[in-house]
Each structure stands twice: as C-alpha cells, then as structure tokens.
Design a protein around this ligand. Structure first.
Ligand code: IVH
Length: 697
C-alpha cells in the first residue's frame, strides 16, 4: 500500500466513523428532545452537528442511509399512496359510556377467564389517527394508516417527518431475544398538539383557508398530504400503544410491551397505570375526566386493556374489536338544539363560510346562537337540514361547531339546503377550486369583501380604529338615502380603504348618517387621524394580503423598512427573507403586481399614512419577560386577552395555551378553570392582572 492510498483509506475510514458517530448522537438528541422532552444540548449545538453530517454526506453520497437524521424530510412530492394489507387487522374498540358499562365489561372478562388471575392497564385514549410502524433489521421500513382496518395506505415519507418516530430502533438492552423476529410492528396514535392545531388554524383563518374542525381532522388531513415538507412543518407527534413481533403480541403482558417500546426509543404516553382491580381503573377514569383539559393534546377517553396476553388470547376478538380491551368515553361536552337556518358569510378574501343559526342554548357557561359549519364539504358531510336537531360542541378555545345531526329526531318537515352558487351579497357566480374546500366570491368589488376588509384594517392588531365597528362599516359602505327623501340615493362614503382618510373632509356627511352625532363622528375622525402613525407592520397586516399574518408583517417590515422597498422586491428576494416561504413570497409579489393595489397604497401615502417603521414613541419597553412562558386563564378585570398577550409579548415573553411544568407564570382572572387547578397542582407562580402590570413595568 502506498503512502497516499493508505492516507486516503484512513481518511475514508475516519469519515465513516465520524458519520456513524454523528448519526448516533443526533438520534440520541432527537430522542431526548422529542420523546423525553429533556434536551441536553442547545439548538445551536444540534444544528452544528446536523450541518457537519450534511457536509460529510455531500462529500460521500454513497454513505447516505435512509435512517440518517438528514433524511427525515424528503423533497419528493408523492402522486398518491399505495395500499398495504396489515399483518394483523387494526381493530377498533368497543365504547362504554358509563361506569356501569365498564363494570359489566370487567365482569364478562372475569367470566371468560374462568378463574385465572389477571389485571388491567389503563391508558389515555388519544384523539388522533392510528398508525402502524414496521421495522425490519432495526430500521423503519414502512408506516401505514389504519384504513378500513384490513388495508391501509403507505405514508412512510410523511411519518418519517415526525421526529418522535425513531428511524432506527434504539438499543434497549438484550432482555428479549430478537434473533428470530423478522418484522417488529409498533402501533400508535398520531396527533397534533393543541398549540400546533391552534397555530395552524389561526394561520389558515388569516389566509381565509378552510379551518380544521378539530385536531384529529387536522392530523389526518396532514398525514394524507402529498408533500412531506408541509407535513414536516405541522409538528405532528405520536404516542405508541401496541407491539407486535411478526404480527403477534410480542411479550407476555401489555405492561412489558409498553416498557419494551419505551426502552427502544418509542414515545409512550406517560400517564398509563397498572390497575390490579376494576375499581382502580374507575378511579383512573374519574381522575382524567377532571384533568383532561390540562393536557396539550386532546383525549376522548380512557382505553382499558387486560394486561396478560394469555388471557387476551382466551378472550379473543369479534370481527370489529377485541374483547380484551374497551374504550371508556368521557361524557361529551355537547348539547342538542334546533338548527333554524344557515347564513353564508363572505370574508375578506371572498371565502364563503356557512354559519348555523341555532335556537340559543347554554353550553359550557355561555349562550350559543351560532355555530360554524366550516364549508360546503362539511355541510354535505353533516347533511344538515333546516329544522334539524343537531349536537353542537365547544372544545378548548375553538368556536362552537355542529358535530352531528340527530336523524332520529327528524319529523319529515325539515328542508334541505343548497349551497349558494352566487355570492349572497353581490350575486357574482362563486368559484370552488377542485383541491380546496373553500368556495369564494371572485368579484374584487364585492361589498362584503370590502366590509370584511375594512373591519380587518381597523382591527386592534392592525390600524386600531376602534370606533369602526360592524354597524358603522355597513353604513359607510351603503348608498345613502337622504333624510329629505330625494329620489336618487347618494353613493357610499367609503368604497375602499383609502376613502377612510378622506372622511375628515366629509364631517357633515358623516354626522348626517343615522345614529351618528357630532361627538361620535369626531371621535371616529380622531382615531382615523392617529391611525396614520401605526407604521409599516400594522399597515401591511391591515391590508389583508393573503398569507401575510401579523408575524410575517413584522418580519417584512423589519427587513425592508419601507413599503417602497418591499414593493420593489422580487419574488426571489422575498422568498429569501428568513421565515418567508415561496407561497408567501408569491402572494406578496402578486399583490404588488396589481395596479389597483399600488394605486391604493399611493393614495394612502398621500393621505399621510406612514409607510415605514414607526419611530419609537415614549420610553422603549424593556424585554423583562424574555424567555418566560405565560398562560392566560379566566377573565381579567381590565385587560382583554389580546391586550394581555401583547403586553407580555412586547416585553419578550411567550404566551402558551396550556399549562405544563415549563410554564413560568399563570395569569388568572375570574372564572379560571382547569388551567388554574393544574397550575396549583404543579405549584406554579400565579399572577393577577395587577401583578402582571407590576412585573412588566
Ligand atoms: S389500543 C386492539 N390504545 O382509539 C386495540 N387505541 O376507538 C387497538 N386509540 O383505533 C387500539 N389511544 O386509533 C389503543 N391508548 C390507546 C389508544 C387507542 C387512542 C385509538 C386507536 C383505535 C381507536 C379505537
């Protein structure tokens, strides 16, 4: 061997060794971060290691393996999903809705066990979608959805983006001999944490895309997306609950399976309990019925399983579900009421949302008279008719929604709805793109869009023209009939956003409006006046450009510092801005490409609306809450929720929707519920609004 070949071989060998070491370490850190939530290095250190691994793999593409941490997110868009037959059917569970049902089930199990001793394991029933993960030779081969229980769809590329799913089994010690095992199958529930669900829906609502009805729908919709890069951004997670070796229960007890999965790097929900008797199971169900709101994911009950596999085999299964397990469903937080009508609301981007008008009913402490029906597809799925009795539900902080029609209560007098084909406001033919759930009014001059656009523009998070509410917007945008009743109505005072800034010159016309006195007119005018100083970020958000939410607006304003520079930026330049992706860049570029939008901005500018960053007025707010996490609960004496959030965020803090050990402060007002209880249990610091103001300075 010459000196140079030897050097090359050693270098090659050391690259291989370094790659192997980096992969091992990165997988371990993924495990610590995503499975155990106990990171031991900083994000910066992690990113450095990942970058080094990427560089080495670029140098040696022949060494890239599918289980490398660099290979989680594939850039390849799928054309569809293949079918796959499960080695053992993925059964569903029988439901029980009462403690008596549970006792009956336990009594049946005892009878069938014929005197042999057994016990139970109780687990949380995660509200997501079930997934089968198949490993061979230690690495993930396939991820399959439940499908109809017999055949599912292969969604491996999407599942790989879930960071708590190990791409390779972790070395869990050699207690179990795996030498004869070909395939290891781990089943679990993929779910979307509440916070991620709320974030996705907030962003979708801002972009006027159809929102998801609940985290489960969002998770299953995400799992069936064709582009794994989008799936990767959604923050899906998994809890694993079943282990099979070559299609059969692997170990003598379910408890052993949970321990095996935990030892091999799978995320198992920590709140399971080994229950010697059914009374212990019942205590567990009662406790979690109370505590469920404190979790950062949704559960809809408890799953109770006979622990011993020998007894499970004895009890067997029906075609639908095993006899050895049962789901105890929590009492629903639903009420029934009559659906009187459906209204169709047209939003800022023309999205038409059906809203159910209900016979008012009390639900979770508030009277509910309206509920969302989301979109045309959802209305069809529910099959609602005028006069139907329906179940409505309020989950978390989400607006009430219609869950289901009570078909049994139909009398025959109900009448069907047809989704309108024309805009209910301007009568333009509606459009519904094939791949979207939303139906839209395409008319750029639709008065409903203008009204929703004005409300958005004047909102608290945009230009803050407080006096401009729904009723006034309606008046300002409607033709005016003069009090002396002349035949011809006058044109509306406001036909676009920029017209607001002409109102100061039309004080008399304003006062002439119904229910508008000099005082309220002047009040409105002074608010319009001061909104000129809102600055670029608020203005940009207020313009309602698709995909430009509050945060994106701030990022863009900081980056470009003036509207003029932003308007001049190319799509590529925009996409290069940190956190602004292709879709957002395209939407902004398209907006500025339209003459009517550029004209609008020019008119706003000549009306004195500030087009760049605001000068900081008053003393700068100190970032006293930097790195601290807050949870708000209950009604505060003076601050609205949005205001408290802004107060905290402007001082560097973060507001989260659920209480955990990582929460630093819980700000509690009147009627604080389970979040406060949880905070007390965890011994967290609880603040009043006054405390918050005092700390914030
Ligand atoms: S065990 C044969 N355990 O609930 C037993 N299922 O309604 C199979 N689920 O299809 C399921 N959490 O998608 C089990 N801890 C848990 C669960 C769980 C949620 C889901 C699962 C199943 C559905 C049945």
């Amino acid at each position: 061997m010459t000196e140079s070949t030897r050097k090359r071989t050693t270098k090659a060998a050391s690259i291989e060794a370094e790659i192997a070491e980096l992969r091992r370490e990165l997988a371990e850190h993924d495990y610590r971060y995503y499975v155990r939530s106990e990171p031991t290095i900083s994000d910066v250190e992690y990113d450095g290691m990942l970058r080094r691994l990427r560089d080495l793999e670029t140098e040696r593409p022949d060494l890239v393996t599918p289980d490398s941490p660099t290979q989680r997110v594939s850039g390849q868009i799928a054309e569809g999903f293949e079918e796959y037959r499960h080695a053992r059917p993925m059964l569903s569970l029988d439901n029980s809705y009462s403690i008596e049902d549970l006792r009956d089930w336990a009594a049946r199990c005892e009878k069938l066990a014929e005197g042999r001793a057994f016990d139970y394991v109780a687990e949380l029933k995660i509200d997501g979608l079930s997934m089968s993960l198949i490993y061979a030779e230690g690495t993930l081969q396939r991820a399959v959805t439940r499908g109809d229980g017999v055949r599912g769809e292969v969604v491996t590329s999407n599942a790989r983006t879930i960071r708590s799913i190990p791409l390779a089994l972790k070395d869990g010690g050699a207690q179990v001999d795996l030498s004869a095992v070909r395939e290891i199958e781990v089943r679990g529930e993929v779910f979307l944490p509440r916070e991620s669900f709320e974030k996705i829906n907030r962003e979708r609502a801002e972009a006027e895309l159809a929102t998801f009805a609940n985290p489960r729908n969002a998770a299953s919709g995400t799992m069936r997306m064709l582009d794994p890069r989008i799936v990767a951004e959604r923050n899906l997670d998994i809890f694993c609950y079943q282990l099979l070796f070559d299609g059969a229960p692997a170990l003598p007890s379910h408890f052993d399976s949970l321990a095996w999965m935990t030892a091999h790097g799978f995320k198992v929900n920590p709140h399971y309990r080994h229950c010697p008797t059914i009374d212990d199971v019942i205590a567990f169900c009662d406790a979690w019925g109370e505590k469920r709101d404190g979790l950062n994911y949704e559960i809809d009950g408890v799953v109770v399983k006979v622990n011993q596999v020998a007894i499970q085999d004895e009890l067997g299964s029906t075609a639908k579900s095993p006899r050895w397990a049962i789901a105890y469903k929590f009492p629903a937080r639903q009420v029934s009421t009559q659906l009187l009508d459906v209204l169709y609301q047209v939003g800022r981007t023309g999205a038409v949302t059906p809203v159910a008008v209900l016979d008012p009913v009390l639900l979770a402490g508030t009277t509910v008279a309206r509920a969302s029906l989301h979109n045309a597809d959802e209305m069809m799925r529910l099959g609602v008719r005028r006069g139907d009795f329906v179940f409505i539900e309020k989950s978390g902080e989400i607006i009430p929604q219609v869950i289901k029609v009570i078909v049994e209560r139909r009398t025959g007098d109900e009448t069907e709805f047809t989704f309108p084909s024309r805009c209910p406001v301007c009568e333009t033919s509606l459009v519904k793109p094939e791949d979207e759930a939303v139906t839209r009014c395409p008319n750029p001059d639709c008065p409903a869009k203008l009204r929703a656009g004005l409300l958005h523009f004047s909102g608290r998070r945009a230009m803050r023209i407080d006096g401009l509410g729904e009723a006034l917007v309606e008046q300002l945008t409607s033709p005016r009939i003069e009090r002396d009743d002349r035949a011809e109505p006058l044109p509306p005072l406001v036909a676009d956003i920029a017209d607001l800034y002409d109102l100061p010159g039309k004080r008399d016309e304003l006062i002439a409006l119904d229910r508008m006195g000099a005082k309220s007119a002047d009040n409105l005018l002074s608010q319009i006046e001061s909104s000129r100083q809102a600055g670029m970020a608020r203005l940009l958000y207020g313009l309602g450009i698709r995909h430009v939410g509050e945060r994106t607006a701030v990022i863009l304003a900081r980056h470009f510092s003036s509207m003029e520079k932003l308007a001049a930026a190319s799509r590529e330049e925009l996409a290069r801005v940190f956190e602004v992706g292709e879709v957002v860049a395209a939407s902004i570029a398209d907006w500025f490409a339209e003459k009517r939008n550029r004209d609008l901005l020019a008119r706003l500018a000549s009306a004195g609306v500030k087009m760049d960053l605001p000068e900081t007025d008053g003393p700068p707010v100190q970032r006293v809450f930097e790195g601290k996490t807050f949870v708000l609960t209950g009604t505060l004496p003076t601050m609205k929720r949005d205001e408290a959030k802004e107060f905290i965020e402007s001082r560097g803090g973060r507001v989260s929707s659920s209480v955990s050990r990582k929460t630093d402060f819980v700000v509690a007002g009147d009627d604080a519920g389970s979040k406060l209880t949880k905070a007390q249990e965890l011994n967290l610091q609880i603040l009043t609004e006054d405390d918050l103001r005092l700390l914030g300075g």
